[in-house]
Design a protein around this ligand. Structure first.
Ligand code: KDG
Length: 358
């Protein structure tokens, strides 16, 4: 956790130095749109001080989820740091649309902030696919080392060309499988299950390699698809399974921990470029501090959710080391393929980062 704070502080300080003209270079990726000394943005607009503004923040999860609590904390911090001038309006449970629709709204300048999983964005920034690779992270600390280090920051720098600014990564967490048919303990138990996946080719191919029939789908459609038995199962972190009451329509929870998914804090670039350096610093600081709060809360909630889901009637099973090895072997060709397609060099850089913290 200490490493994460250091990492996040670095990602906070560098763009601020850039904005103050103390560093060279263009966009620093996570929020450092290149600024002239007088605060005029590269788009020629100029802004100074703190203006009266309303910032719409939309997410797909509900208020009970740690991500919902995270944007409530973000709202508190922004309004406190701006003396109440910058107001945040939070929208939960995909009330502004699903992840892809909200991301498009940022690009069109119709919404200011959203914080989706990285997976639905791989069609725009394929490097986010590194975080979809099964079993690439074993602990949250390993994930933080990559996300808050050079690899994670390099990927954020691909966002401005798509009309987006990335201010860092929050935590969705390790994903586990639920279904309504049977306990999944071995590779054989996956066979034939219809599983909803996020809209990313890596997951589609990985769940095919496991012998299931995968169906990519927006998160907002998952509960009804499970309820109508359009699909047998889905996979998500425990906090999401609990906060979205999937236990009402799923009998079996298998603790596969097959992927770690981050959330990425996205800001509309057209909105960002119109902010003064002072306003940009307020949003960047609030995103980092609320992100630290959200990661801590998410880990506590994921710890607690396992017992809560059992108490809610789910049949919970572990995966033995021997069976996990067989599952890993089954998806290894998918990891090898997409590591090559996404970029062997960046994949190797990620592996080197991981070696430092193993
Ligand atoms: O907006 C919420 C989604 O980004 C998040 O829940 C994604 O894990 C996710 C899923 O399964 O779609």
């Amino acid at each position: 956790m200490k490493r994460w704070i250091t990492g996040m502080v670095i990602s906070l300080v560098f763009p601020a130095l850039l904005a103050a003209g103390c560093a060279s270079g263009g966009n620093a990726g996570n929020g450092g749109s290149s600024m002239a000394a007088n605060g005029a943005t590269t788009d020629g607009e100029s802004s100074s001080g703190i203006q009266e503004r309303t910032i719409k923040v939309g997410i797909g999860l509900n208020e009970d989820h740690p991500e919902g609590q995270g944007i409530i904390k973000f709202k508190e911090l922004v309004e406190q740091k701006s003396g109440g001038k910058m107001k945040v309006q939070n929208f939960f449970s995909a009330s502004l649309g699903d992840d892809q629709k909200m991301t498009e709204a940022l690009q069109a300048g119709l919404q200011e902030i959203t914080i989706p999983s990285t997976s639905p964005l791989v069609g725009m920034v394929e490097e986010f696919g590194l975080f979809d690779l099964p079993f690439v992270f074993s602990t949250e600390e390993e994930a933080y080392a990559v996300l808050d280090g050079p690899v994670g920051q390099k990927i954020l720098e691909k966002l401005p060309e798509h009309g987006l600014i990335g201010l860092g990564y929050w935590e969705n967490g390790f994903r586990n499988l639920t279904n309504s048919s049977r306990p999944v303990r071995t590779l054989e138990d996956f066979q034939g299950l219809k599983i909803r996946t996020m809209q990313t080719e890596v997951h589609l191919e990985a769940f095919k390699a496991l012998g299931t029939n995968p169906t990519p789908m927006a998160f907002s459609e998952v509960f009804s698809a499970l309820e109508n038995k359009t699909v047998d199962g889905q996979e998500n972190p425990l906090a999401t399974i609990k906060s979205n009451k999937f236990y009402e329509v799923q009998d079996y929870l298998s603790l596969t921990k097959h992927v770690y998914t981050p959330f990425v804090f996205l800001v509309s670039k057209s909105f960002w470029d119109g902010l003064s350096p002072e306003e940009q610093t307020i949003l960047r600081e609030a995103a980092v501090e609320a992100g630290q709060y959200q990661r801590d809360l998410n880990r506590q909630e994921n710890e607690k959710a396992r017992a809560d889901l059992k108490a809610a009637g789910m049949n919970v099973n572990e995966i033995s080391d021997q069976d996990r090895q067989k599952i890993k072997q089954a998806v290894q060709p998918v990891v090898d393929r997409f590591a090559k397609e996404i970029g062997q060099e960046l994949y190797q850089e990620m592996q080197s980062e991981l070696e430092k913290v193993k």
